[in-house]
Design a protein around this ligand. Structure first.
Ligand SMILES: NC(=O)C1=CN([C@@H]2O[C@H](COP(=O)(O)OP(=O)(O)OC[C@H]3O[C@@H](n4cnc5c(N)ncnc54)[C@H](OP(=O)(O)O)[C@@H]3O)[C@@H](O)[C@H]2O)[C@@H](O)CC1
Ligand SMILES: Nc1ncnc2c1ncn2[C@@H]1O[C@H](COP(=O)(O)OP(=O)(O)O)[C@@H](O)[C@H]1O
Length: 514
């Protein structure tokens, strides 16, 4: 099912609605019970020390303590004074089943840590406002040292590791390194991006069964599941032919960067395009004979000639295109066919020159240049950056990374999967070819972006399983067909899931051109 991404403000809104409806107690019970179940399943041995803060994050810890005790675990609880009414209530409930609560102090923490195998961090959740106050910072450092002393010690964080700003990918020294984070209702942005995500360890999302529609209403982004992505992909009829599978042009390559255009071409072929032609001023290597390569003497005359010829179903422009990229992209945009703009075509001066059927595919450095900000600012909050880019450029924006963010007129979508070995040259060029191929096969712009990014990431997972960090873009291209088959295997399940949940990922698949 679609998972959601909740900003801290969104989480607070859901919280307020639950509170008004008298359902927050049930949500906390389900959250705390879920933490206990996940912990018990993953870390079945050792004494559990739960650290409870004053807010609702601490309330979850008291609930978890009660359930862990029922599961037969030896449990200690150290807490700060409880300020949230439900935290006080669950502290009383914990006492009423015979549980004891010690006051959290450097001394009590040192003693309890000595006997613990697992620490549950319920000190700070989405209600945390940076920076961490000094006393708490000291306790977090104690937990950190304890964890580092022995390899079998584990930290399980409730909702997010303490000290992490839920909205940001950045971390400070105070943030606890968790082995596992059990988060509720939706992914917090910090659990998805950059150094912050690495602090969370393995993440388990518990959607909680309390009015899921409210989460959807306050969500910042969606995270479609594989079956839902698969529902966007076309299924070919038995009489499919190369004309019906989409004609794609790749406009790119320049002396020294011809490989970029070649990789985009292979990506398009491997993502199912019927006919792929590379247009370039340079001698593009014929990496595979199925590609058609046309070398042109200069751009102005070529663009006039191409504009008058039968236009393709989709094109990708910019990969290794060189200094004339902005002018070439502007001309290509005037053809008004579905267009992927990548690499050298990602120029600020093209803002306003695009149309609805454009997919712009910047990595964070290119996104920063387009927005006129620092790359760090883009990396800190990729969701905000992708949204800002989409409103500036129009069409659909794919802000690439691990994960990538797709910003389309109806909202934001965060990709799943991929492999760290994909941090390698040419990976984005391959993606551009994939996106153009899907546009050429009739997917609408948001659908092509969401499906293409996942297809590329799935191919990366398959290639990563074989080549590890040594994987190269050609390996990913080679796995695209297998990745497509993996996703299609889930297609029926996805269509059913979308129907029963009434969820549309994007406007859907328009069907292959006849
Ligand atoms: N979303 C949902 O629907 C559900 C949410 N649930 C749970 O609620 C959690 C959010 O709870 P929340 O809003 O009570 O805030 P929370 O994270 O406990 O933090 C507040 C505490 O932190 C403290 N504190 C703050 N800043 C600080 C600083 N710089 N340095 C030091 N301390 C600082 C602050 O202290 P104070 O400012 O009051 O002195 C207060 O004690 C959420 O993460 C999830 O676990 C579940 O129960 C199920 C349903
Ligand atoms: N760690 C990672 N996890 C998942 N995907 C990744 C990772 N690193 C890179 N990628 C993907 O690889 C591609 C890199 O694109 P880009 O930086 O434009 O490469 P290039 O310019 O070399 O072609 C993007 O699609 C990105 O999402």
């Amino acid at each position: 099912m679609t998972a959601f991404v909740l900003s801290p403000q969104g989480a607070r809104r859901v919280d307020e609605r639950l509170e008004r409806a008298g359902l927050l107690d049930l949500a906390m019970e389900e959250a705390g019970r879920g933490v206990a179940d996940v912990l018990h399943a993953h870390y079945p041995g050792g004494r559990v020390l739960l650290l409870a803060g004053g807010g609702a994050n601490g309330g979850d810890a008291f609930v978890a303590a009660r359930h862990l005790q029922v599961l037969g675990r030896d449990v200690d609880v150290l807490a700060l004074p409880s300020t949230h009414p439900l935290t006080r209530l669950n502290r009383r409930r914990w006492r009423s089943v015979g549980g004891e609560t010690g006051l959290l102090s450097p001394r009590s923490l040192r003693r309890a840590l000595a006997g613990a195998g697992v620490v549950v961090d319920g000190l700070l959740g989405t209600g945390f406002t940076p920076p961490v106050r000094p006393a708490l910072a000291q306790w977090l450092a104690q937990v950190q040292r304890w964890r580092e002393q022995r390899a079998d010690r584990r930290v399980v964080a409730i909702d997010l590791p303490s000290g992490l700003d839920a909205a940001s990918s950045e971390v400070t020294d105070e943030v606890v390194q968790a082995d596992h984070t059990v988060t509720f209702m939706g992914w917090k942005p910090a659990l998805l991006f950059g150094a912050a995500a690495a602090r969370a360890g393995q993440v388990t999302l518990l959607p909680l069964r309390v009015v899921p529609e409210w989460v959807q209403e306050h969500a910042q982004a969606t995270r479609p599941s594989d079956p839902e992505v698969a529902a966007l992909l076309p299924v070919r009829r038995a009489d499919a032919h190369k004309g019906s599978a989409g004609r794609v042009w790749i406009v790119g390559g320049h002396p020294g960067t011809t490989g970029a255009a070649a990789m985009a071409g292979v990506g398009a072929l491997r993502a199912g395009a019927g006919l792929v032609t590379i247009h370039s001023l340079a001698e593009v290597p014929l990496v595979t004979p199925e590609l058609m390569v046309r070398r042109h003497p200069d751009w102005p005359a070529t663009l006039l000639e191409l504009g008058r010829s039968p236009l393709p179903g989709a094109l990708a422009v910019g990969m290794g295109l060189g200094p004339e990229a902005a002018a070439v992209a502007r001309a290509a945009l005037s053809w008004n066919v579905p267009t992927v703009l990548d690499a050298d075509a990602l120029q600020p001066e093209l803002a306003g020159a695009g149309h609805d059927r454009c997919i712009w595919t910047p990595h964070p450095g290119e996104a920063a240049r387009l927005l006129g900000v620092d790359t760090r600012e883009v990396a800190r909050d990729p969701l905000m950056a992708a949204r800002a880019l989409q409103s500036r450029l129009g069409g659909v924006v794919v802000l690439k990374g691990g994960p990538s963010v797709v910003a389309h007129p109806a909202g934001l979508s965060v990709s799943r999967g991929g492999h760290p070995g994909m941090a390698s040259a040419g990976m984005g060029d391959t993606l551009s070819g994939v996106l153009a191929a899907l546009l050429g096969q009739g997917l609408d712009t948001p659908g092509a972006a969401i499906a293409g990014v996942r297809l590329h990431a799935r191919a990366g997972e398959r290639a990563g399983a074989r080549h590890g960090y040594g994987l190269i873009a050609s390996d990913v291209a080679g796995e695209l067909g297998g990745a497509w088959a993996d996703l299609l295997a889930d297609r029926e399940a996805g269509i059913q899931a979308c129907r029963s949940a009434g969820v549309m990922l994007a406007s859907g698949h328009a069907g292959p051109p006849e």
